[in-house]
Ligand binder design. Structure first.
Ligand code: ADP
Length: 605
């Protein structure tokens, strides 16, 4: 809105400036033209003046011509008149004036240079002309007017002709020379400016503008009108004011009749100058506007560039701060994660130790449970040992060494049994220290190898199947060794224990077969020990893994094997289960989790 107003104002200002320039141009041109006109007049006026003055003496000199004096003296003498006419004509032709003629004292024309022309002056009376009266009174008569007979305008110069040719004497007549000024008018035609010659009344009688001729510059007064009519200066011409105003002009007086030579500078030049100045102003303003616009654009561009640079810098700063912020956030998040991870670690550590403690505690609980059994189991042989020892001392006091020796033998048996119990417990109480990757197939083969002689001694067949081991197969999923984390010695202890139980189970059976197999079952290794014995009776199955539970006769079984085995397997995150086979006999399944590297087969040979 404001910009629009400013634009309108600027346009108005520019228009005003252009108009002012045009106006100034016009004024300047006008002044120049006036000055030029003035100079032109200075050149023209003397020409005119000299032309008029040149002939001023001519009639005066003529007044002393004998022909003229003679004619005035005897106006009826035809010869004298003829001589006069001849003489005037010759002089007129020589002097190159319009006409020369002579009047007597009444104003009657006696002779004229144009005597032989139809409109000749001879016989005409010009007494009404002011110049006649002037000359009659001994003065030079000057006049400009239209010839009443020829209708040709001219400058009339009249001089007296003295009787007998004596200057200052009585005036006998008047001689007049008429000079045409039409030549001047002709030369003015070539001027582009209007030029006019006006009489003392302001009536224009010579001009290069034909329509201005016999027009007055201002309305004439009644007295002037009357005078013009009386002297017939402009003959029948009705002198009216100029129809249009001629505009500004320069003027200069000429001659002795109060004439004014005037020059009206051509307005077309003024207008053209105004237009030129206006055009120049327009071009200048256009240039200024264009360069102003260009400057404005440039400044705008600079500003825009500056703005965009600032925006860019701002964006960069924001980005920087955001990066710093994000970095800080990330650092905090990272720190948080690290803290969480540390806490997780700590928790895991705690869990692990708790688990270990739990395992240990479980063992201890079982140990506590066992302690009662152990106490009972150990108390019996201990009591027997004391009794045998007391008796042995008595037998020795009585001098019966044979009995004493038998008793010492019993003591030896009892302590051996105690030693067996203690040996079993010792292995159980040992804390796991040598946990490492155990290749199960090796453990299976090792335990089978250790039991081999005993199986042979009892004539029991032991079938071993450790699956497609590294040597047996050239590759494939089963080629990878089945690795579990644990203690090889303890795994073998468990396997030997299970093999021994199986051997015991098939002792009285019609078919005596035991097999041990190893296979991978989804992420676990399973060792199955199957026998062809009588299987596990239902009442036995409920107590199978309890310590000191045995169906075997005293001295043969302690009832600790499965309890300890189960504890060992549980400590390795495994499971020990037992079930009867459909075709008779029992099967014990040892299930252990595989180590990660053995869960997939990626080691082809
Ligand atoms: P022990 O062998 O000293 O009796 P265990 O804890 O090893 O102690 O076994 C507990 C009992 O489980 C055995 O007395 C027996 O009754 C039963 N048992 C163990 N293995 C088998 C088997 N293979 N078949 C049938 N019964 C079994």
């Amino acid at each position: 809105m404001r910009a629009k107003l400013i634009r309108v104002l600027a346009l108005l200002g520019a228009a005003a400036a252009i108009a002012a320039a045009g106006w100034a141009g016009m004024l300047r041109a006008q002044a120049d033209l006036m000055e030029q006109g003035r100079r032109q007049l200075e050149l023209m006026a003397p020409d005119l003046q000299s032309a008029m003055e040149k002939y001023e003496t001519l009639p005066f000199v003529l007044g002393f011509q004998p022909d003229l004096i003679q004619a005035l003296a005897s106006p009826t003498d035809a010869n004298a008149i003829a001589r006069l006419n001849q003489s005037l004509q010759t002089i007129q032709q020589q002097a190159k004036v319009g006409a020369i003629y002579m009047m007597d004292r009444t104003g009657l024309t006696l002779g004229a240079s144009n005597w032989d022309q139809p409109l000749g002056f001879v016989g005409k009376n010009f007494s009404y002309r002011p110049y006649f009266n002037e000359a009659l009174h001994g003065r030079a008569g000057l006049f400009y007017g239209i010839g009443t007979s020829t209708s040709e305008a001219g400058y009339f110069i009249a001089q007296p002709v003295y009787r007998n040719g004596t200057a200052g004497g009585p005036v006998a007549g008047v001689v007049v020379a008429k000079i045409s000024l039409a030549d001047f008018e002709q030369t003015w035609r070539s001027s582009e400016h209007a030029i006019a010659l006006a009489d003392r009344h302001g009536v224009i009688f010579l001009s290069n503008q034909p329509q201005w001729r016999y027009r007055s510059l201002q309305p004439l007064g009644a007295a002037t009108m009357e005078e013009l009519a009386r002297t017939q200066q402009y003959m029948g011409q009705k002198v009216a004011p100029l129809s249009e105003h001629p505009g500004q002009f320069v003027a200069r007086p000429v001659g002795r009749l109060g004439w004014q030579l005037m020059l009206f500078p051509a307005q077309t030049r003024v207008v053209r100058a105004g237009l030129l100045w206006a055009l120049a102003a327009f071009l200048l303003l256009s240039c200024a506007a264009v360069s102003g616009w260009a400057l404005h654009q440039r400044r705008r561009r600079l500003e825009e560039r500056n703005e965009s640079r600032q925006a860019l810098q701002q964006a960069a700063r924001e980005l920087d701060s955001r990066i710093v912020e994000r970095t800080q956030q990330l650092r905090e998040t990272n720190q948080d994660l690290e803290n969480k991870y540390a806490r997780l670690k700590a928790t895991e550590q705690m869990l692990r130790s708790t688990q270990n403690e739990l395992v240990q505690a479980g063992k201890l609980a079982m140990l506590g449970q066992m302690a009662a059994g152990v106490t009972h189991e150990l108390n019996q042989p201990l009591a027997a040992i004391r009794a045998f020892a007391d008796n042995a001392r008595t037998f020795l006091q009585r001098g019966q060494p044979a009995q004493a020796e038998a008793n010492l033998g019993h003591i030896g048996d009892a302590s051996a049994r105690m030693g067996a119990i203690i040996a079993q417990l010792k292995g159980f109480a040992r804390k796991d220290e040598s946990i490492c990757a155990v290749e199960l197939s090796k453990s299976v083969r090792a335990s089978a190898f250790m039991m081999e002689s005993e199986f042979r001694r009892h004539g029991v067949a032991l079938a071993i199947d450790t699956g497609p081991g590294p040597a047996a197969s050239a590759g494939g999923a089963d080629a990878a060794p089945l690795l579990v984390a644990g203690d090889a010695v303890r795994i073998e202890q468990v396997l030997i224990n299970l093999l021994r139980n199986a051997l015991d189970a098939v002792e009285d059976a019609p078919q005596r077969q035991v097999s041990i197999t190893l296979e991978r079952v989804d992420g676990h290794a399973e060792v199955r020990i199957s026998d062809s014995g009588g299987g596990i009776p239902e009442q036995v199955a409920a107590h199978l893994f309890e310590p000191f539970y045995t169906t075997k006769p005293s001295g043969k079984g302690l009832g600790l094997g499965l309890a300890i085995s189960s504890s060992i397997v549980q400590a390795m995150n495994g499971q020990l289960t037992a079930h009867n086979l459909p075709g008779g006999g029992a099967q014990f399944v040892l299930r252990l989790p595989l180590q990660p590297e053995s869960t997939n087969a990626s080691h082809p040979h």
